[in-house]
Design a protein around this ligand. Structure first.
Ligand code: ATP
Length: 246
């Protein structure tokens, strides 16, 4: 018997400015406890999928014109971003978007605003255990950190609200291999040790498929291929267009 997915997206259709069709009939599922990779070239619609889930598209920007997003059996339609966070879905945006003038610890505390005060220290400790570097820099102003350190703080800030579904938009972008390895090690630990579910948007398909349990490939607003990493990695089109092995 197949288990119901944690997240089910059906025929999602999103337009920007009522003119640019960013998603057309995009459908996919995320099973609880898995890392699911969303792959595809620039402009395929990956970020739009994440923004649709976390509720940060607005009519003056992008607009959902069709389809549905169901999370644990309930539609997310019409919910405000903070209500979606309260249900356990948190996005780490592309480019990190930290509060540059605040310290690392203040940034983390912003992420924990919805938690009872009594849980905050434990939540901070969990982030510090996952990213020892972040602990070391906790009193520094975050604008002065390296890109990799900022990415860790951005993920840590998201974790402060104790999400069950973590949405990551291009966490490897612009970072050195050593830091990428550290961050992807942490993503793997979140799944393995905390049973966290992760929807991972990446341009680096090889990297994403090295940690993912399942992957979807998007092109021009739709899903064109899906499967387990072993299947995607051996697909000739995937090799040629996304792994640079053509
Ligand atoms: P990238 O890796 O470049 O972010 P992506 O796969 O995440 O690519 P999206 O950012 O979701 O793609 O963009 C999908 C389509 O929607 C593209 O054609 C893009 O130009 C368009 N688009 C995205 N944001 C906007 C916006 N705010 N206004 C108008 N068009 C937009």
């Amino acid at each position: 018997l197949e288990r119901a997915a944690m997240l089910t997206i059906t025929n999602l259709q999103v337009y920007y400015d009522r003119a640019v069709e960013a998603l057309r009939d995009a459908s996919f599922e995320v099973q609880a406890g898995q890392i699911v990779a969303l792959l595809g070239s620039n402009g395929a619609g990956k970020s739009t999928v994440l923004k649709s889930i976390s509720g940060v598209l607005y009519p003056e920007d992008g607009e959902i014109l069709g389809g549905s997003i169901a999370y644990e059996g309930t539609s997310l339609a019409g919910l405000a971003p903070h209500e979606i966070v309260r249900r356990g879905i948190v996005q780490v945006p592309e480019g990190r978007r930290l509060f540059d003038k605040l310290t690392v610890e203040e940034n983390l505390l912003m992420g924990g605003y919805s938690r009872p005060l009594g849980e905050i220290n434990a939540a901070l400790d969990q982030v510090f255990t996952l990213f020892p570097d972040v602990k070391q820099h906790r009193s520094r102003v975050s604008g002065y950190l390296s890109g990799g350190q900022q990415q860790m703080v951005a993920i840590g800030r998201a974790l402060m609200s104790r999400p069950r579904l973590l949405l990551l938009d291009e966490p490897s972008l612009g970072l050195a291999p050593q830091i990428i390895a550290e961050i992807f090690g942490a993503i793997r630990r979140l799944r393995d040790e905390q049973k966290m579910t992760v929807l991972l948007v990446e341009q680096n398909a090889q990297l994403a498929l090295s940690v993912a349990d399942y992957g979807y490939i998007m092109e021009r607003g739709r899903v064109v291929l899906d499967g387990e990493p072993s299947k995607l990695l051996s697909n000739e089109d995937v090799k040629e267009f996304y792994l640079g092995m053509g």
